[in-house]
Design a protein around this ligand. Structure first.
Ligand code: ATP
Ligand code: MG
Length: 572
C-alpha cells in the first residue's frame, strides 16, 4: 500500500475529549473518528487491525467446532417480552418503532434471537452439542460512553452460544470456550488474566471475565497469591479486623440519644464533631429500582457495591434516590437518613458489618440531627443481612486469609454458564435419548473485538505513539524512503516494497512528498512493527536501516538482504 494514496489523517495535537492514551492515539493515528458520542467510524488503518483480531478469533472458534452465523441487529419486542428483558434491560436497550408502530430494539446481545433460532431448528439430542457464534455490531445506550471504543454505544462484538443436553456437557462446552479465549488473547499479544465475575444483565449460574492488565482500565481486579481473582463487583473481601460480632452477643448498649448536627451531612463531618470513628457509623443510602425504594446500609468506612445489591434484588438498574424521594422516605433532606423510624416502609438491606456495630451513629431522619447509640434489633430491624460492601485495600482473601492485591484491567471477554435461564423462559426444548422433552443447557460467551484494539494500544505505546503486537498490526513493515523524489532512494525502496509484497508481507510505503521529520513522527505514531529506512547517506554505503518499533537498536543491512531479515524478525 502506498501511503500517498491511503486515507491516513494523522494529527499532531492530542484531542481534548480523549482521556486515556489509547483513545488519543486512535484518533491521532487516523484509526477512527467520532460521529456522535460513543459512535465511531473505522478508517482503513483501524479496520485492518479490527479484521486481524476478528480472524484470530474466527480461526480459534472454528478450531473447536463452532459454527459461524449472522443474526439480525433489529429484533422484535415480543421476543424480548418472552425472556422478560424488554423491561429488565432498562435504558441501555435502544428501542425503535417501524412504520406500523411495532416495537423493536437494536440487539445489545443475542440470547433471545439465538434461543429462538435453536428452539425452532434443533429437535434432538443427536444434534447436540451445538456451538454457534457471530461477529456483530452491538448497540447499548451506555450511561457514560467514554474512552473511545472501550465503552461505546455502538461496538463490534463476537458472541457465541452453546447448547447442550446435560449440565455436565454444558460445563465441558464452557471449559472449551474458556480455554479458547485464553489462546485468542495470547495470540493477540495481550497480557491478560481471567477473574470470577458477576452475571449482571445476562444472568445465569457463574461467569468469568478476561481482563487485559492496564493501569487505565475501568475494572478493578482483586486478586491473591493463592490464585483467587475476581473483579471488584464480585470480590468478597473481608476487612482485616473481623467484620464485627453477631447482634445477639453484645453488651454495654447505651441509651439512644438525639444530637444536633447542624449542616453536618458526611460521616467525616459528624464523626469529627461527635468524636466517633467512621466504623461506628451506619451509612444509610436510599436507592430506587423499578419505582420502589430500597435502603442499603454499610459501615461508615465502607462503600456500597451496587452490583451486589442489583444481584440480590435481581434487577439490572438501581439509582441513588433523588432529594424528593429521600425527603419522602426519611422525612429529612439528604445527609440525615437513618434506619430508625423511617417515614415510608421500604426494604432494608444491611451489609454483614452493620450487624456488628454497637452504639452506632446514624442520621435521625430529621434535618440537622443524628442519633447516637443506635443498636440493631433494639432500635431498628432489617429485612436481610448480606454481603453488600465493596472490597477495599487491606481486606483479606476470602479463600486463604492473606492480604488481597488490587490492580486494574480492561474487560475484553466474558463467559457465562447460563444453565436453563433462557431455554426455560423461551421454552426451548429438545427430545432426549429417553424420549423426554428437555430444556437446552446453555452458555454464552462474548469478546469485545473493537475494545481489544484499544486495549492492545493501552498496553503497547510510548510517548511517540502506538507499538502494535505483531499479530494484530495493520501492516508488518513500513518502508520509509527519506526522500522519495531522489531517484536511487525511490528505485531501492520500490524494489524492497515489491520483494516483500510478493513474499506475502503486508507493507506500507511512505511515498509522500513530506519532510523526513514528518515521516518519522508518523511512523512512530502508527506503530508498524518493522521500519525499513532508505536514506541517501546510508545508501551511499549500500545500506538501509531496519528498526523494530519497540526497540532502540538499528540494524544496518544491504538492500537485498532485507527480504531475508524480515522472516527472522517476524518469527515468534
Ligand atoms: P461492562 O461491564 O464493561 O459493561 P458487560 O459485562 O456489559 O461489560 P458483556 O455483556 O459481557 O459486557 O459483553 C461482552 C464483551 O463486550 C465485554 O467483555 C466487552 O469486551 C465488550 N463490551 C461490552 N460493552 C461494551 C461497550 N459499551 N463498548 C465496547 N465493548 C463493550
Ligand atoms: Mg455493560
Amino acid at each position: 500500500m502506498l501511503l500517498s494514496k491511503y486515507l491516513l489523517p494523522t494529527l499532531k495535537e492530542i484531542p481534548r475529549e480523549a482521556e486515556i492514551p489509547s483513545h488519543q492515539l486512535m484518533i491521532r493515528s487516523g484509526i477512527m473518528r467520532q460521529l456522535a458520542s460513543g459512535i465511531y467510524e473505522w478508517l482503513p488503518l483501524g479496520l485492518r487491525v479490527l479484521h486481524k483480531v476478528e480472524n484470530i478469533i474466527r480461526e480459534e472458534m472454528d478450531s473447536i467446532g463452532a459454527q459461524e452465523v449472522s443474526l439480525p441487529a433489529m429484533q422484535p419486542r415480543e421476543l424480548w417480552e418472552e425472556s422478560g428483558r424488554w423491561d429488565f434491560y432498562g435504558k441501555e436497550l435502544i428501542r425503535l418503532k417501524d412504520r406500523n408502530r411495532r416495537d423493536f430494539c437494536l440487539g445489545p446481545t443475542h440470547e433471545e434471537v439465538i434461543t429462538d433460532l435453536v428452539r425452532k431448528e434443533v429437535r434432538s439430542y443427536k444434534e447436540l452439542p451445538l456451538l454457534l457464534y457471530q461477529f456483530q455490531t452491538k448497540f447499548r445506550d451506555e450511561i457514560r460512553p467514554r474512552f473511545g471504543v472501550i465503552r461505546a454505544r455502538e461496538f463490534y462484538m463476537k458472541d457465541a452460544y452453546s447448547f447442550d443436553a446435560t449440565d455436565k456437557n454444558a460445563e465441558t462446552s464452557y471449559n472449551n470456550v474458556f480455554e479458547t479465549y485464553s489462546r485468542i488473547f495470547q495470540r493477540c499479544g495481550l497480557k491478560f488474566r481471567s477473574v470470577e465475575a458477576q452475571t449482571g444483565a445476562i444472568g445465569g449460574a457463574f461467569s468469568h471475565e478476561f481482563m487485559v492488565i492496564a493501569d487505565t482500565g475501568e475494572e478493578i481486579i482483586v486478586s491473591c497469591k493463592c490464585g483467587y481473582a475476581a473483579n471488584l463487583e464480585k470480590a468478597e473481601g473481608v476487612p482485616p479486623a473481623k467484620v464485627g460480632g453477631k447482634a445477639g452477643k453484645r453488651s454495654g448498649l447505651k441509651e439512644l440519644e438525639e444530637v444536633e448536627t447542624k449542616n453536618m451531612k458526611t460521616v467525616e463531618e459528624v464523626g469529627k464533631f461527635l468524636k466517633e470513628k467512621p466504623d461506628k457509623f451506619i451509612k444509610t443510602l436510599v436507592y430506587k429500582t423499578n419505582g420502589e425504594c430500597v435502603i442499603v446500609m454499610v459501615r461508615g468506612d465502607h462503600e456500597v457495591n451496587e452490583s451486589k445489591v442489583k444481584s440480590y434484588l435481581g434487577v439490572n438498574e438501581i439509582f441513588l434516590a433523588d432529594e424528593k424521594t429521600i425527603k419522602e422516605v426519611s422525612g429529612a433532606p439528604l445527609g440525615f437518613a437513618g434506619p430508625v423510624e423511617l417515614k415510608i416502609k421500604c426494604k432494608l438491606l444491611a451489609d454483614y458489618s452493620v450487624e456488628g456495630i454497637v452504639n452506632g451513629v446514624t442520621g435521625a431522619n430529621k434535618k440537622d440531627y443524628h442519633l447516637k447509640n443506635v443498636n440493631i434489633n433494639r432500635d431498628y430491624s432489617v429485612d436481610e443481612i448480606l454481603d453488600l460492601r465493596r472490597a477495599k485495600e487491606g481486606d483479606v482473601c476470602p479463600k486463604c486469609g492473606k492480604t488481597l492485591e488490587f490492580s486494574r484491567g480492561i474487560e475484553v471477554g466474558h463467559t457465562f454458564k447460563l444453565g436453563t435461564k433462557y431455554s426455560k423462559t423461551l421454552r426451548a426444548t429438545f427430545l432426549d435419548k429417553d424420549g423426554k422433552e428437555k430444556y437446552f443447557v446453555m452458555g454464552c460467551y462474548g469478546i469485545g473485538v473493537s475494545r481489544i484494539v484499544a486495549a492492545a494500544i493501552e498496553q503497547g505505546h510510548d510517548q511517540n505513539g502506538i507499538i502494535w503486537p505483531l499479530p494484530i498490526a495493520p501492516f508488518q513493515v513500513l518502508i520509509l524512503p527519506v526522500n522519495y523524489e531522489h531517484e536511487k532512494i525511490r528505485t531501492i525502496s520500490n524494489r524492497i516494497y515489491k520483494q516483500l509484497e510478493s513474499a506475502g508481507y503486508e507493507v506500507l510505503m511512505d511515498d509522500r512528498d513530506e519532510r523526513a521529520g514528518v515521516k518519522f513522527k508518523d511512523a512512530d505514531l502508527i506503530g508498524i512493527p518493522i521500519r525499513v529506512t532508505v536514506g541517501e547517506k546510508t545508501l551511499a554505503k549500500n545500506i538501509v536501516e531496519v528498526k523494530l518499533r519497540g526497540e532502540k537498536e538499528v540494524r544496518e543491512v544491504e538492500p537485498d538482504q532485507v527480504q531475508k531479515l524480515i522472516p527472522e524478525l517476524t518469527k515468534k
